[in-house]
Design a protein around this ligand. Sequence first.
Ligand SMILES: *Cc1c(COP(=O)(O)O)cnc(C)c1O
Length: 357
Amino acid sequence: MKKVHIFNAGPCVLPEPAIEAAIEALKDFNGTGMSVIEISHRDKAWEAVMNECRGLWREILGIPEDYEVLFLAGGASMGFLNVAMNFLEKKAAYLETGAWAKKAYKEARGLGEAVIVASSADKNFSYIPKGYTIPTDVDYFHITTNNTIYGTEIRYDMDSPVPLIADMSSDIMSRPVDVTKYAMIYGGAQKNVGPAGVTFYIVKKDLLGKVSRYIPTMLDLRTHIKGESMFNTPPVFSIFVMNETLKWIKSMGGLKVMQKRNEDKAALLYDEIDRNPLFVGTAAKEDRSIMNVCFVMAPGYEALQDEFMAFAKAHKMVGIKGHRSVGGFRASLYNACPVESVQALVDCMQEFEKLHK
Ligand SMILES: *Cc1c(COP(=O)(O)O)cnc(C)c1O
């Protein structure tokens, strides 16, 4: 058990066995006498980690043969540009569900024509837009499946008449996904599958190479497919810990088990938010994220915000301050967050209620 309850939005809490393996590998990587951060990335022992990690992505997520799995640097923020660089020829379409979605759209606008199909900006991104039609005259439709800041989530794999591209930074591996519905899935590992420093791309190979612009070498996904994610030095330590995190997911029983655990954890906290008169959730109920739970003090209790923050801190809760654009509180319940931590937060809210009602 950890010494504190970690609810950080990212970098996130990681499984204890992954951290233990990382400590061991920092001292001596697989009996090589070298640290994992000293070994050559061309060494056979390292290649084995790359292969194992790719294999685990394929196995756990069910990635078909005609998709490539890449581990690159740059973060999801670089991914925003990579999407447009590699897929935007005439026009692109975006679903505007939050700050990250807006940043992705901005990169497309910088390279060509892009449209926002629907937006929830009118209510500070507290819901997922519905009833829109995906245009058919675009190269791709871009979505952000989980809106980390606002606590909303698209928790199903939608049908799209054009290639669907998803930023899944903060809900990848939280539930089973039908990869065949997507042209590309990408995201930063640090929200749910590892430490910061590595960005995953799952891309349908035959959709690349259709744009006429010059793509700089490092931004061309074909470069990294050809180089098997080792065109240049990969972020070895981040990949190592990601691999250990995937091993843990597999050992727990895979994504169906993760989904059940995550839904149970989220229900525990949302039920308390809905029951406790001191607190109120900020996201539309039908669009609530199972990863990031956002809530504020209920009307009449606003003045207690700082006091609850201090109270939670005294009870070893870490990282529950809401993003400044929403305020209040946000508890991120990523895969490795134990149900005991969520229960501890719920207990904390109930004790606080007793003090103030
Ligand atoms: C955190 C986050 C990003 C940005 O990730 P970086 O790896 O820091 O660039 C993008 N999209 C979503 C949904 C995120 O939660």
